[in-house]
Design a binder for this molecule. Sequence first.
Ligand code: BTN
Length: 244
Amino acid sequence: MISLFPERGAPVLFEAELDSTNTRLKAMAAYAEPGTVIAAGRQTGGRGRLGRSFASPSGGVYLSMLLAPAADMRACLTLTPTAAVAVRRALKKVCGLGADIKWPNDLQFGGKKICGILTESVTAGGSFKLIIGIGVNLNTGMDELPLELHDTACSVYSVTGRYTPQEAVIRAIVDELDSAYAHWVVNSHWALDDYRAACASLGHRVQRGSVCGEAVAITDDFALLIRTDAGELIPVSSGEILYA
Ligand code: BTN
C-alpha cells in the first residue's frame, strides 16, 4: 500500500485493488490508529448496505475511515448521515457537483445514485470502533457499471462530462470527514441543517415496508417522518425507502 498525504495525523493508505476497503480496515481495527483511511482504485468484493454488493470498477473512489467514538451507539447513529453531508461538500468543492441526499445516506443526482455509504461497527482491541465506508462513482463510465444499475445509478463524470483526479477527491473527502467528525464529537447534530436542506426525499410519496405516505420531515435524530394516508405521522429510522 502507498501512503497518501503523509502530513495528515493518521495514515491514508492506497492500494490499486482490494476486495473491500471496509473488510480490510476491519482486519486492522485492533491496532490501526483512529482516523486511519484505506482507499482503493477498485474493489473486487465491494459491499453495500442490507447485504448487497457494491459495484466498484476502476475510476471510482472507494475508501473507509476508522473511528473510535467515545459516544454511545445511539449518538453514533447520526454519524452516517453526517458522513453523507461531508461527502456532499467534498464533491461540491472538487467536482462542482451539487448532489442530493436520498434518505438515509445515498448521494444522488437527477434521481440516480452517485455514492453509497456503509457504516459497520467492530469491537477490536477491547473497544468499540466504527468503519465508515464510502463509494463514489467518480470517473466511472456507464458501460463499466452493471447493466441493471443503468436506470438507477450514474457517475460524476456522466453528469459533468469532466474527469476529476481520484486523489483530489480522496483528499477532499478525507478533509471533510475529518472536519465533520471534529464537529460531531462536540455536537452530534451538527450536520442536521445541511442534511435537511439537501434531502431530496422530502415531499416524495415513499414506501418503507408496510408504511406508505408522504415524507414530510427529517427528525432531530435524522429519522424520516412519513405522513400516512390516514394522517398518522410515523418516524422511520433505518432501512430503505422506495419512491412510490
Ligand atoms: C450502499 O450504497 O449500499 C453502500 C455502499 C458502500 C460502498 C463502500 S465502497 C468503500 C467501502 N468498502 C466496501 O466494501 N463498501 C464501502
